[in-house]
Design a protein around this ligand. Structure first.
Ligand SMILES: [Zn+2]
Ligand SMILES: [Zn+2]
Ligand SMILES: [Zn+2]
Ligand SMILES: [Zn+2]
Length: 410
């Protein structure tokens, strides 16, 4: 690895799918240095605790089994407690142990009295799984934040079970059109206002009202389209008619729900009522393709299909594999987010962008939800509910818990 010359490097320039830690482990195992992944002669033999795997007491001395960062499992060693300078990891170890014990206690009435000399293998196994999960989720969180192009940060949290990052999900910031579908990215019209709030601006040109008030809150009723200023407009980035295009401003957290709803999304900051929260993005496919996929998907997969039925019924957004944070937002029959159709650089009414706005003040820590049955049309009249055979076939029980719950997701 260290010897690769410039030519060889060019010839072998491929993206690496292995994590940095794994590469470092490989290097150390082979006793190789490699500057580009941070293994030098000086730190080839460095040891940093990555996590603690097990615990035992020998001759009144406490020991922990240590996994070393950047070293393979085969080099794990037992270290006396007094040598360990990692109070957070020790705390984590103890928390995980207690969580495991309290979970098991709920299930069965077995004696969990430790003999205090060693941990039961099942407990150590759980602690290692939890440590590995934490690393995987942290890595995923880093990746999401590298990919996102908006201001708000994305956090990931699972204090509920051992579920790790989804294996078949790819973060995107905007629509990913399927082959054959073209999204026009340049508007045909732009305004030349000196003040878009007071003048006859882009919305007027489209025959609708300006969607926002001076506080960047939406003031038009659901079902009404939003026409924002675009790349042809003379106004600058501070124009009051540029909101959705600036992306999510709030820090959000993808978290594991404790009521069996899988992943959910909560806000980490207070969100004012009628504010733009996030866009719903995914693959843009034809409705025929959506029909086909709908038959292949299980109940969960079907809930990611979002018909763009603002004016026609030609296209559907599929966020099952490609999406942003909205992929993880759960359904509620009494939601705090509301769907709006948005036109910015693409004025094709068959292909609106979908924006989610808060319907009320949402406090920090509250879960975000929207009504899956409102996908597309923005009102809940009976014909907005999709009755196509593919999607009606399987009904998914709703677990939203709202007083007004309709019982099913579809
Ligand atoms: Zn204007
Ligand atoms: Zn404009
Ligand atoms: Zn403007
Ligand atoms: Zn419900």
């Amino acid at each position: 690895m260290a010897a690769a010359g410039a030519e060889a490097r060019r010839a072998w320039c491929v993206p690496c799918l292995v994590s940095l830690d794994t590469l470092q482990e490989l290097c150390r195992k082979e006793k190789l240095t490699c500057k580009s992944i941070g293994i030098t002669k000086r730190n080839l033999n460095n040891y940093e605790v990555e996590y603690l795997c097990d615990y035992k007491v020998v001759k009144d001395m406490e020991y922990y089994l240590v996994k070393w960062k950047g070293w393979p499992d085969s080099t794990n060693t037992w270290e006396p407690l007094q040598n360990l300078k990692c109070p957070l990891l020790l705390q984590q170890f103890s928390n995980d142990k207690h969580n495991y014990l309290s979970q098991v206690k709920k299930g069965k009435a077995i004696s969990l009295k430790d003999n205090n000399k060693a941990l039961k293998p099942a407990i150590a196994e759980y602690i290692v799984k939890k440590a590995k999960q934490r690393i995987a989720l942290q890595r995923w969180q880093d990746e999401l934040n590298r990919r996102k192009n908006h201001k708000g940060m994305i956090f990931v949290e699972n204090t509920v079970d051992l579920e790790g990052p989804p294996s078949d999900f790819y973060y995107i910031n905007e629509y990913k059109p399927a082959p054959g579908i073209s999204l026009v990215n340049e508007a045909t019209f732009g305004c030349s206002c000196t003040d878009c709030f007071f003048e006859k601006c882009c919305p007027a040109e489209a025959g609708v009202l300006l969607a926002y008030n001076k506080n960047q809150q939406i003031k038009i009723p659901p079902g009404t389209p939003i026409y924002e200023c675009n790349s042809r407009c003379q106004c600058g980035p501070d124009c009051p008619n540029r909101i959705v295009q600036k992306g999510t401003q709030y820090s959000l957290c993808i978290f594991r729900t404790s009521n069996g709803c899988g992943w959910g999304v909560k806000t980490l900051v207070k969100i004012k009522r009628m504010s733009f929260v996030m866009e719903y993005v995914g693959e843009v496919i034809t409705s025929e393709e959506a029909e086909r996929r709908g038959q292949l998907y299980d109940n969960k997969g079907i809930t990611y299909l979002f018909d763009l039925d603002y004016e026609s019924d030609e296209f559907t957004v599929d966020a099952a594999r490609y999406g942003n944070v909205s992929h993880f937002v759960n359904h509620s029959c009494d939601p705090n987010l509301q769907v709006f159709n948005v036109f910015i650089d693409n004025l094709d009414t068959r292909l609106p962008r979908i924006a989610l706005f808060s319907t009320r003040t949402i406090n920090a820590g509250e879960e975000l939800t929207f009504d899956y049955q409102m996908k597309g049309s923005g009102d809940i009249s009976s014909d907005s509910v999709d009755h196509s055979p593919a999607k009606k076939r399987v009904r998914t029980v709703c677990k939203c818990g709202a007083v007004t719950c309709r019982g099913y997701l579809n």
